[in-house]
Write a protein that binds this ligand. Structure first.
Ligand SMILES: NC(=O)c1ccc[n+]([C@@H]2O[C@H](COP(=O)([O-])OP(=O)(O)OC[C@H]3O[C@@H](n4cnc5c(N)ncnc54)[C@H](O)[C@@H]3O)[C@@H](O)[C@H]2O)c1
Length: 311
């Protein structure tokens, strides 16, 4: 009997605070070589969207996330990101749980965005903003709030931004410019429009670039990314499918110019070095983050009345 965590069960099992802690530990374990992660496989179904198969191994477990990105879905009342996470025991291969991929993704994406902002942003950062108030932007805003920080929201769809702000207790930015100027900025848009042209970020600012996680997407201009101290979740993945791909192709950024967040969290490399540094974090989303959330959910499995799957 395999326990099944619906989105509601994932949210009940793992708080945003626990998600930050779990994702932090996963980044460190991966940086130390204790967890492993074969490359994410993209299965294109364009122009509608794409499927991704994301495996990881760590803490005695193996995980596969089968997940989508179908950007046109919200217009049809369907989620952009949907699918299933399978967690297995790595000692005998037995299936241990199935979890809703959208909920796991939102928790770990919000956690990574805020963890990067807290790690790389200025100690005295005052303002935080999330641009893009969809499923994963909402999760980032919720995580900022859970960490005790007020957050402003901005979205091209003002109604959506207002609804999320009201629901969470965040506030609406008065303009896109106000949001873009926040000390800790998180962008979670579909990546069809450059939000950050050359010269737009100010000294001391941090931006977590979460939206551009696949081919053809970008939220920052190459020249602007090159002005920042660049951090990423995983060089291999980000330089092939994230913001970094455009900069690498243009010859503006090479491997030596980008630092993986996990190595900073593990104390192996420095993060921000000066209050005036502009830091960026290019996130493409890692299966090790999903594994962290799935394991955290399993810690609470006995407390929840979970449906089961009898295979
Ligand atoms: N890095 C990661 O780990 C990760 C994880 C999940 C999703 N993503 C990516 O993040 C993006 C958003 O995903 P989602 O599930 O939240 O999608 P969503 O459709 O739920 O939300 C996207 C939001 O962005 C808004 N938006 C669109 N263009 C905008 C613009 N120019 N300025 C401001 N707001 C704008 C939309 O109105 C919408 O509210 C996608 O590209 C997705 O693939 C990345």
């Amino acid at each position: 009997m395999i326990p099944v965590f619906s989105a509601r069960h994932v949210e009940a099992a793992v708080s945003p605070e626990r998600a930050v802690e779990a994702v932090h530990e996963a980044f460190v374990a991966y940086a130390r070589g204790e967890w492993s992660m074969p490359p994410k496989v993209y299965v294109p179904a364009y122009p509608a969207g794409d499927f991704r198969a994301m495996p990881a191994l760590g803490a005695g477990h193996a995980l596969l996330k089968w997940v989508t990105s179908f950007p046109g879905n919200p217009a049809r009342g369907l989620p952009t990101v949907t699918g299933l996470v399978l967690l297995s025991d790595a000692s005998d291969g037995s299936l241990r749980a199935a979890l809703d991929a959208g909920a796991v993704t939102a928790l770990r994406t919000g956690a990574a965005a805020v963890l990067a902002a807290e790690t790389l942003g200025r100690q005295d950062a005052e303002t935080a903003a999330v641009i893009g108030a969809g499923v994963n932007g909402r999760a980032a805003a919720k995580t900022f709030l859970a960490r005790g920080r007020s957050v402003m929201l901005w979205d091209v769809d003002e109604q959506r931004a207002r609804a999320v702000a009201d629901e969470l207790g965040a506030y609406l930015a008065s303009s896109r410019e106000e949001a873009l100027a926040a000390d800790l900025l998180v962008t979670v848009t579909p990546g069809h429009e450059i939000l950050l042209p050359e010269g737009s970020l100010h000294p001391g600012q941090h931006v977590s670039l979460m939206g551009a996680d696949g081919p053809g997407k970008a939220e920052i201009a190459v020249a602007e990314l090159a002005r920042t101290r660049v951090f990423c979740d995983d060089w291999e993945q980000a330089s092939h499918n994230g913001e970094l791909v455009h900069a690498v192709e243009a010859g503006a950024i090479a491997r030596a110019d980008a630092t993986e967040l996990g190595t900073v969290l593990a104390g192996l490399t420095p993060g921000r070095e000066s209050p005036d540094d502009i830091t960026s974090f290019d996130s493409t989303g890692l299966a090790i983050q999903d594994l962290a959330i799935a394991l955290a959910a399993m810690e609470r499995a006995n407390e929840l009345d979970l449906p089961t799957l009898d295979l």
